[in-house]
Every structure is written in structure tokens, then in C-alpha cells.
Design a protein around this ligand. Sequence first.
Ligand SMILES: [Mg+2]
Length: 256
Amino acid sequence: MQNPRLVAFDLDDTLAPSKSPIDPRMAALLVRLLDVAEVCVISGGQFAQFTMQVVDNLADVDESALARLHLMPTCGTQYYRHSAGEWQQVYAENLTDDQKWRALAAVEAIARELGYWESETWGPILEDRGSQITFSALGQAAPVAAKTQWDTDGAKKTALRESVQALLPDLEVRSGGSTSVDITRRGIDKAYGMNRLAELTGIPLDEMLFVGDRLDENGNDYPVKALGVDCVAVENWNDTAAFLDELIPTLAIVRP
Ligand SMILES: [Mg+2]
């Protein structure tokens, strides 16, 4: 696409290694991009993850630039904007207590049945993120090296996702990061988030660009592609940085 008004990014394995802070090179690129476009980060992680991985690492970013940064944690089921010096929640699509209980029970039962319920983990396997239940096979704080080893071909996440989805027909089950499966209300995924973003910013979807590492059919970025948004597929943050090195100068010409 020529000159997108808004560039949206997945977080884990697109802007940074899973659950890790962005590299200073990526931080500098995002600050430059905020000068010439609106920027959105939409990911399965919680808001605190966004601040730790992205926002806290943006050096020399002023209020007007932060006002152009759109944060959509937990697959766009929450939306935050920066105004009056702080991050403010615009909306949150929370699960009901009954939906949470059924999601937690189903994912644990299937993980145990398939032999994926690990006994040695880094923190809890299950997490209630309000609008999303997240299963992380090795725990929330597992090191990247251990996580990349756990499911190298993605077969475990796919098997888990399919079996849990069959038990929860009224909810949405998606594979998230390298070891994670996310459960949200049905119809609420990154495509939902992008639609809400278009509605709330007034920027049409055909003037947006999305960058993600899981645009394959089983990936949590796929709904954005299926929605018809122009997408750029990357394998890691280095690919994203290389893409931004080319995109930012072209946007700077049309929006000096
Ligand atoms: Mg990702």
C-alpha cells in the first residue's frame, strides 16, 4: 500500500522477541514512525506487557507523539489512548464469570489429556486477563529459549486449540505466542480490534497497514488478513525493522 495513515503491529515476534522489551533500534524506528503516521500495537498480551515491552522503552517521545499511539491489549478486547499525561482505557470487552470458569476448565482438561500440562513451569500456566483467558504451556515468565523449543512446528498449539474450541463453541480459541492459546468472547479477535480502531479513529481499514508474524491460517494475526487489511508478514523484529527502514522515508516525503 502507498502511504498508510496508520500502521498496526503485532507485538511478540513482530516488534520484540516473545515477552521481551523492544530493541533500542526498534524503539527509535517507532518514535520516527509516530512522526509520520498513527501507530497501533495489537497483541494477546496484557496492558502491563505493552508498557514493559514497548512504551517504557520509547526514548524522547513527546505528548503529541504518544497521542498517536493506540494500544490494543488482549487481541483488541481492550483499547488505551494517551491523553492528559496518562494512559486511559477507552473500552474493555470482558468475559462473564461463567465464560471464564468454562474456559479455564476446558483448557486445563484438554492440556492434561494431551500431555501438555507441564509440571515444571515459570509462573502460572493459566491467566485470567479479564477479557481473555490465556494458557501458557511453560508459564507466563518462561524464557524465550525454552518456549521456542516447546512446540517447534506448532502442532501442539493446533491440537490444543482445536480440542478446546470443540468444548467451547460460544467462545473464540486462538493460538497466540510460541506456547500460548488465547480464549476470548466469540467474534472478538484482532479483526474485531481493527474494526473498532477504524470506527473510533475515523481512519478507514484501507488506509491501514498491519505487520505480524502469525498471518498463517492458524495464527492469531490471521483475522486481520481475512478482514482484507493490507498485511506485511514478518518472521521476527529484525524483518519488521528492515521494513520500517524503507517505509518511514517514503511517509516522511508525503508528510514532512
Ligand atoms: Mg506474534
